[in-house]
Design a protein. Structure first.
Lengths: 137, 226
Protein backbone atom coordinates (compact mmCIF):
# COMPACT_ATOMS: atom_id res chain seq x y z
CA UNK A 1 0.00 0.00 0.00
CA UNK A 2 1.52 3.34 -0.98
CA UNK A 3 0.65 6.85 0.07
CA UNK A 4 2.06 10.32 -0.34
CA UNK A 5 3.65 11.34 3.00
CA UNK A 6 4.27 14.99 2.17
CA UNK A 7 0.77 15.39 0.99
CA UNK A 8 -0.60 13.74 4.13
CA UNK A 9 1.39 15.94 6.53
CA UNK A 10 0.52 19.23 4.82
CA UNK A 11 -3.14 18.42 5.38
CA UNK A 12 -2.62 19.25 9.05
CA UNK A 13 -1.85 22.71 10.30
CA UNK A 14 1.45 22.27 12.12
CA UNK A 15 2.42 25.93 12.60
CA UNK A 16 1.38 25.93 16.27
CA UNK A 17 4.03 23.31 17.06
CA UNK A 18 6.68 26.05 17.05
CA UNK A 19 4.98 28.42 19.53
CA UNK A 20 6.48 28.92 23.01
CA UNK A 21 4.58 27.32 25.88
CA UNK A 22 2.12 29.63 27.58
CA UNK A 23 0.55 29.47 31.02
CA UNK A 24 -2.78 28.31 29.64
CA UNK A 25 -1.13 25.32 28.03
CA UNK A 26 0.78 24.48 31.22
CA UNK A 27 -2.44 24.63 33.22
CA UNK A 28 -4.17 22.30 30.76
CA UNK A 29 -1.39 19.75 31.16
CA UNK A 30 -1.67 19.98 34.92
CA UNK A 31 -5.44 19.64 34.79
CA UNK A 32 -5.39 16.60 32.54
CA UNK A 33 -2.57 14.72 34.21
CA UNK A 34 -4.11 11.49 35.61
CA UNK A 35 -3.84 11.46 39.42
CA UNK A 36 -3.48 7.73 40.02
CA UNK A 37 -1.46 6.15 37.28
CA UNK A 38 1.55 3.96 37.97
CA UNK A 39 4.61 5.88 39.00
CA UNK A 40 7.86 6.21 37.10
CA UNK A 41 11.37 5.80 38.51
CA UNK A 42 11.07 8.94 40.65
CA UNK A 43 8.03 7.58 42.48
CA UNK A 44 5.83 10.64 42.08
CA UNK A 45 2.49 10.71 40.32
CA UNK A 46 -0.05 13.17 38.96
CA UNK A 47 -1.79 13.72 42.28
CA UNK A 48 1.44 15.05 43.72
CA UNK A 49 1.67 17.55 40.88
CA UNK A 50 -1.88 18.73 41.44
CA UNK A 51 -1.70 18.95 45.21
CA UNK A 52 1.64 20.68 45.49
CA UNK A 53 1.51 22.76 42.33
CA UNK A 54 1.81 26.05 44.22
CA UNK A 55 5.09 24.89 45.73
CA UNK A 56 6.70 23.35 42.67
CA UNK A 57 5.16 25.68 40.05
CA UNK A 58 8.17 27.96 39.46
CA UNK A 59 10.59 25.12 38.88
CA UNK A 60 8.31 23.41 36.39
CA UNK A 61 7.62 26.60 34.43
CA UNK A 62 11.37 27.19 34.26
CA UNK A 63 11.82 23.61 33.08
CA UNK A 64 9.33 23.99 30.25
CA UNK A 65 10.80 27.31 29.16
CA UNK A 66 14.33 25.93 29.17
CA UNK A 67 13.06 22.91 27.27
CA UNK A 68 11.59 25.22 24.65
CA UNK A 69 14.81 27.22 24.26
CA UNK A 70 16.85 24.01 24.17
CA UNK A 71 19.00 25.25 27.04
CA UNK A 72 18.65 22.07 29.04
CA UNK A 73 20.39 18.79 29.72
CA UNK A 74 17.67 16.15 29.91
CA UNK A 75 20.02 13.36 31.00
CA UNK A 76 19.14 13.69 34.68
CA UNK A 77 15.39 13.30 34.19
CA UNK A 78 15.30 11.19 31.06
CA UNK A 79 14.73 7.86 32.80
CA UNK A 80 11.86 5.39 32.48
CA UNK A 81 10.72 1.94 33.51
CA UNK A 82 9.78 -0.16 30.52
CA UNK A 83 7.02 -2.50 31.61
CA UNK A 84 5.40 -5.33 29.69
CA UNK A 85 1.69 -5.55 30.33
CA UNK A 86 0.13 -8.92 29.46
CA UNK A 87 -2.90 -8.72 27.20
CA UNK A 88 -3.86 -12.36 27.87
CA UNK A 89 -3.60 -14.62 30.90
CA UNK A 90 -0.50 -16.60 29.97
CA UNK A 91 1.47 -14.56 27.46
CA UNK A 92 3.95 -16.58 25.42
CA UNK A 93 4.98 -14.29 22.60
CA UNK A 94 5.81 -10.60 22.48
CA UNK A 95 2.58 -10.00 20.59
CA UNK A 96 0.66 -10.88 23.72
CA UNK A 97 2.45 -8.24 25.75
CA UNK A 98 2.07 -4.51 25.48
CA UNK A 99 5.17 -2.48 26.33
CA UNK A 100 4.64 0.77 28.14
CA UNK A 101 7.11 3.33 29.46
CA UNK A 102 6.70 4.76 32.92
CA UNK A 103 8.65 7.98 32.64
CA UNK A 104 9.71 10.24 35.48
CA UNK A 105 7.33 13.05 36.37
CA UNK A 106 9.29 16.08 35.05
CA UNK A 107 9.80 14.41 31.70
CA UNK A 108 6.19 13.32 31.57
CA UNK A 109 5.21 16.90 32.23
CA UNK A 110 7.14 18.39 29.32
CA UNK A 111 6.09 15.66 26.92
CA UNK A 112 2.42 15.85 27.78
CA UNK A 113 1.51 19.00 25.91
CA UNK A 114 -1.46 18.96 23.61
CA UNK A 115 0.70 19.61 20.60
CA UNK A 116 2.33 16.25 21.18
CA UNK A 117 -1.00 14.51 20.88
CA UNK A 118 -1.73 16.25 17.60
CA UNK A 119 1.64 15.08 16.35
CA UNK A 120 0.96 11.59 17.72
CA UNK A 121 -2.35 11.46 15.95
CA UNK A 122 -0.59 11.97 12.63
CA UNK A 123 2.07 9.39 13.47
CA UNK A 124 -0.50 6.83 14.59
CA UNK A 125 -2.53 7.48 11.48
CA UNK A 126 0.49 6.94 9.29
CA UNK A 127 1.65 3.92 11.28
CA UNK A 128 -1.75 2.32 10.97
CA UNK A 129 -1.65 2.92 7.27
CA UNK A 130 1.63 1.09 7.16
CA UNK A 131 0.36 -1.63 9.50
CA UNK A 132 2.99 -0.89 12.13
CA UNK A 133 2.57 -1.18 15.87
CA UNK A 134 3.44 1.64 18.21
CA UNK A 135 4.54 1.84 21.76
CA UNK A 136 2.66 4.20 24.04
CA UNK A 137 4.58 6.70 26.13
CA UNK B 1 31.55 -42.91 44.55
CA UNK B 2 32.97 -44.11 41.21
CA UNK B 3 36.55 -43.26 40.29
CA UNK B 4 35.43 -41.64 37.09
CA UNK B 5 32.13 -40.05 38.04
CA UNK B 6 29.52 -38.93 35.53
CA UNK B 7 28.54 -35.40 36.22
CA UNK B 8 24.86 -35.49 35.39
CA UNK B 9 22.13 -33.61 37.13
CA UNK B 10 20.35 -36.39 38.99
CA UNK B 11 18.63 -34.64 41.82
CA UNK B 12 15.82 -32.29 41.01
CA UNK B 13 12.97 -30.67 42.74
CA UNK B 14 9.59 -30.51 41.04
CA UNK B 15 6.96 -27.91 41.66
CA UNK B 16 3.49 -27.32 40.24
CA UNK B 17 1.95 -24.07 39.10
CA UNK B 18 -0.40 -24.05 42.10
CA UNK B 19 2.49 -24.53 44.48
CA UNK B 20 4.42 -21.67 42.89
CA UNK B 21 1.47 -19.34 43.11
CA UNK B 22 0.75 -20.32 46.75
CA UNK B 23 4.37 -20.23 47.90
CA UNK B 24 6.19 -17.95 45.50
CA UNK B 25 9.29 -17.77 47.62
CA UNK B 26 10.14 -21.50 47.50
CA UNK B 27 13.88 -22.12 47.21
CA UNK B 28 15.86 -25.32 46.66
CA UNK B 29 19.41 -25.38 48.03
CA UNK B 30 21.71 -28.29 47.13
CA UNK B 31 23.70 -29.48 50.14
CA UNK B 32 27.12 -31.18 50.31
CA UNK B 33 27.42 -34.68 48.85
CA UNK B 34 28.13 -37.11 51.71
CA UNK B 35 28.69 -40.78 50.90
CA UNK B 36 26.10 -41.24 48.15
CA UNK B 37 26.31 -39.98 44.59
CA UNK B 38 23.05 -38.15 45.24
CA UNK B 39 22.88 -34.84 46.97
CA UNK B 40 20.38 -33.81 49.61
CA UNK B 41 18.30 -30.79 48.66
CA UNK B 42 17.16 -28.43 51.31
CA UNK B 43 13.81 -26.89 50.38
CA UNK B 44 12.77 -23.68 51.97
CA UNK B 45 9.11 -22.77 51.63
CA UNK B 46 7.95 -19.20 51.87
CA UNK B 47 4.93 -17.19 50.78
CA UNK B 48 6.46 -13.83 51.48
CA UNK B 49 7.55 -11.81 48.48
CA UNK B 50 10.18 -9.22 49.35
CA UNK B 51 8.98 -5.69 48.75
CA UNK B 52 10.93 -3.45 46.39
CA UNK B 53 12.89 -0.75 48.13
CA UNK B 54 11.81 1.81 45.55
CA UNK B 55 10.15 4.95 46.73
CA UNK B 56 6.51 5.20 45.76
CA UNK B 57 4.25 8.06 46.64
CA UNK B 58 0.90 6.85 47.94
CA UNK B 59 -2.16 8.94 47.21
CA UNK B 60 -3.51 8.52 50.73
CA UNK B 61 -0.57 10.37 52.21
CA UNK B 62 -2.25 13.60 51.25
CA UNK B 63 -5.02 12.79 53.72
CA UNK B 64 -2.64 13.28 56.63
CA UNK B 65 -1.90 16.65 58.19
CA UNK B 66 1.54 18.12 57.78
CA UNK B 67 2.36 16.57 54.41
CA UNK B 68 2.16 19.88 52.55
CA UNK B 69 4.52 21.55 55.04
CA UNK B 70 6.91 18.66 54.55
CA UNK B 71 6.82 19.10 50.78
CA UNK B 72 7.32 22.85 51.07
CA UNK B 73 10.27 22.52 53.44
CA UNK B 74 12.16 19.84 51.57
CA UNK B 75 11.45 21.36 48.14
CA UNK B 76 12.97 24.66 49.20
CA UNK B 77 15.79 23.07 51.16
CA UNK B 78 17.47 21.55 48.07
CA UNK B 79 20.41 23.45 46.58
CA UNK B 80 19.62 25.41 43.44
CA UNK B 81 21.35 24.27 40.25
CA UNK B 82 21.81 26.14 37.00
CA UNK B 83 20.35 23.44 34.77
CA UNK B 84 16.62 23.31 35.35
CA UNK B 85 16.34 19.57 34.72
CA UNK B 86 19.10 18.85 37.23
CA UNK B 87 17.51 21.35 39.59
CA UNK B 88 14.20 19.52 39.56
CA UNK B 89 15.92 16.17 39.82
CA UNK B 90 17.76 17.23 42.98
CA UNK B 91 14.62 18.71 44.48
CA UNK B 92 12.79 15.45 43.88
CA UNK B 93 15.68 13.60 45.48
CA UNK B 94 15.46 15.70 48.64
CA UNK B 95 11.71 15.32 48.71
CA UNK B 96 11.95 11.55 48.28
CA UNK B 97 14.32 11.28 51.22
CA UNK B 98 12.09 13.41 53.44
CA UNK B 99 8.89 11.60 52.45
CA UNK B 100 10.48 8.19 52.90
CA UNK B 101 11.40 9.13 56.46
CA UNK B 102 7.94 10.58 57.10
CA UNK B 103 6.10 7.60 55.61
CA UNK B 104 7.68 5.11 58.00
CA UNK B 105 5.18 6.26 60.61
CA UNK B 106 2.27 6.39 58.18
CA UNK B 107 2.64 3.53 55.75
CA UNK B 108 1.46 0.69 57.96
CA UNK B 109 -2.21 1.66 57.78
CA UNK B 110 -3.40 -1.71 59.01
CA UNK B 111 -1.41 -1.39 62.21
CA UNK B 112 -2.51 2.19 62.85
CA UNK B 113 -6.18 1.26 62.45
CA UNK B 114 -5.72 -1.72 64.73
CA UNK B 115 -4.05 0.44 67.36
CA UNK B 116 -6.85 3.00 67.19
CA UNK B 117 -9.53 0.33 67.60
CA UNK B 118 -7.60 -1.26 70.46
CA UNK B 119 -7.27 2.04 72.29
CA UNK B 120 -10.96 2.81 71.79
CA UNK B 121 -11.92 -0.59 73.18
CA UNK B 122 -9.57 -0.03 76.13
CA UNK B 123 -11.13 3.35 76.93
CA UNK B 124 -14.62 1.82 76.75
CA UNK B 125 -13.44 -0.92 79.11
CA UNK B 126 -12.13 1.66 81.59
CA UNK B 127 -15.42 3.55 81.42
CA UNK B 128 -17.22 0.46 82.67
CA UNK B 129 -15.00 0.47 85.79
CA UNK B 130 -14.96 4.18 86.52
CA UNK B 131 -16.03 7.42 84.86
CA UNK B 132 -13.49 8.89 82.44
CA UNK B 133 -11.66 12.15 83.06
CA UNK B 134 -12.20 15.08 80.69
CA UNK B 135 -8.83 14.47 79.09
CA UNK B 136 -9.63 10.82 78.43
CA UNK B 137 -13.04 11.73 77.03
CA UNK B 138 -11.50 14.26 74.66
CA UNK B 139 -8.90 11.76 73.60
CA UNK B 140 -11.62 9.23 72.81
CA UNK B 141 -13.54 11.81 70.80
CA UNK B 142 -10.47 12.61 68.70
CA UNK B 143 -9.78 8.92 68.14
CA UNK B 144 -13.39 8.29 67.09
CA UNK B 145 -13.15 11.05 64.51
CA UNK B 146 -9.74 9.88 63.33
CA UNK B 147 -10.52 6.21 62.74
CA UNK B 148 -13.06 6.68 59.89
CA UNK B 149 -10.53 8.99 58.22
CA UNK B 150 -7.96 6.22 58.40
CA UNK B 151 -10.40 3.76 56.88
CA UNK B 152 -10.98 6.20 54.06
CA UNK B 153 -7.25 6.36 53.37
CA UNK B 154 -7.30 2.59 53.17
CA UNK B 155 -9.97 2.86 50.47
CA UNK B 156 -7.73 5.25 48.52
CA UNK B 157 -4.86 2.81 48.89
CA UNK B 158 -6.88 -0.05 47.40
CA UNK B 159 -8.52 1.99 44.66
CA UNK B 160 -5.03 2.69 43.38
CA UNK B 161 -4.29 -1.00 43.20
CA UNK B 162 -7.64 -2.06 41.80
CA UNK B 163 -6.90 0.08 38.75
CA UNK B 164 -4.11 -2.25 37.69
CA UNK B 165 -6.56 -4.79 36.31
CA UNK B 166 -8.08 -2.20 34.10
CA UNK B 167 -4.72 -1.54 32.50
CA UNK B 168 -4.64 -5.08 31.12
CA UNK B 169 -7.82 -4.52 29.20
CA UNK B 170 -6.47 -1.40 27.57
CA UNK B 171 -5.91 2.20 28.50
CA UNK B 172 -7.13 5.40 26.92
CA UNK B 173 -4.71 5.09 24.03
CA UNK B 174 -5.76 1.65 22.87
CA UNK B 175 -9.37 2.56 23.41
CA UNK B 176 -8.99 5.37 20.92
CA UNK B 177 -7.52 3.07 18.31
CA UNK B 178 -10.13 0.38 18.83
CA UNK B 179 -12.95 2.87 18.71
CA UNK B 180 -11.83 4.52 15.50
CA UNK B 181 -13.12 1.82 13.13
CA UNK B 182 -16.59 2.16 14.66
CA UNK B 183 -16.42 5.86 14.01
CA UNK B 184 -15.37 4.94 10.52
CA UNK B 185 -18.49 2.87 10.02
CA UNK B 186 -20.57 5.85 11.05
CA UNK B 187 -18.68 7.92 8.57
CA UNK B 188 -19.25 5.40 5.84
CA UNK B 189 -22.96 5.52 6.55
CA UNK B 190 -22.79 9.30 6.33
CA UNK B 191 -20.97 9.07 3.05
CA UNK B 192 -23.51 6.57 1.82
CA UNK B 193 -26.29 9.05 2.37
CA UNK B 194 -24.43 11.79 0.55
CA UNK B 195 -22.99 9.99 -2.43
CA UNK B 196 -25.03 8.59 -5.19
CA UNK B 197 -25.69 4.95 -4.60
CA UNK B 198 -23.78 3.74 -7.61
CA UNK B 199 -20.42 5.33 -6.79
CA UNK B 200 -20.66 4.39 -3.14
CA UNK B 201 -21.35 0.80 -3.86
CA UNK B 202 -18.52 0.76 -6.34
CA UNK B 203 -16.08 2.21 -3.78
CA UNK B 204 -17.23 -0.22 -1.13
CA UNK B 205 -16.80 -3.18 -3.42
CA UNK B 206 -13.37 -2.01 -4.55
CA UNK B 207 -12.26 -1.54 -0.95
CA UNK B 208 -13.61 -4.87 0.12
CA UNK B 209 -11.79 -6.52 -2.73
CA UNK B 210 -8.55 -4.64 -2.01
CA UNK B 211 -8.41 -4.75 1.75
CA UNK B 212 -10.63 -7.66 2.65
CA UNK B 213 -12.59 -6.29 5.56
CA UNK B 214 -14.82 -3.37 6.23
CA UNK B 215 -12.63 -2.11 9.08
CA UNK B 216 -9.77 -1.51 6.74
CA UNK B 217 -11.88 0.56 4.40
CA UNK B 218 -11.81 3.00 7.27
CA UNK B 219 -8.40 4.23 6.20
CA UNK B 220 -9.61 4.96 2.76
CA UNK B 221 -12.38 7.16 4.04
CA UNK B 222 -10.73 8.61 7.14
CA UNK B 223 -7.79 10.43 5.68
CA UNK B 224 -9.25 13.81 6.37
CA UNK B 225 -7.99 16.29 8.98
CA UNK B 226 -9.52 15.76 12.47
Amino acid sequence: MSFDLDHLVTRYDLSHLDDPFNMEEINTVLKEIPPDKSRGPDGFNGLFMKKSWDIIKNDFIKLTNDFYSGNINLASINIAFITLIPKVNNPETMNELRPTSLVSMPLKFITDYKRKSSLCFIIINMASLKGKQFMTV
Amino acid sequence: MQDDPLFEKLDRMFSSAEWTSDFPNTMAFPLARLGSDHIPIHIQVGAHIPKAQLFKLENYWFEFDGIMELILDSWNMAPIKQDSALNINIKFKYLRAAMEKWSRNHSNLHKIIDNCSYTLALLDGIEEQRSLSIMEKNFRRILKAHTPKLLETKIIYWTNRAKMRWEQLGDENTKKIILLPFKAIEEIILLLSRMTMATTLLTMIINLLLYGTLTKTYWVFQITPP
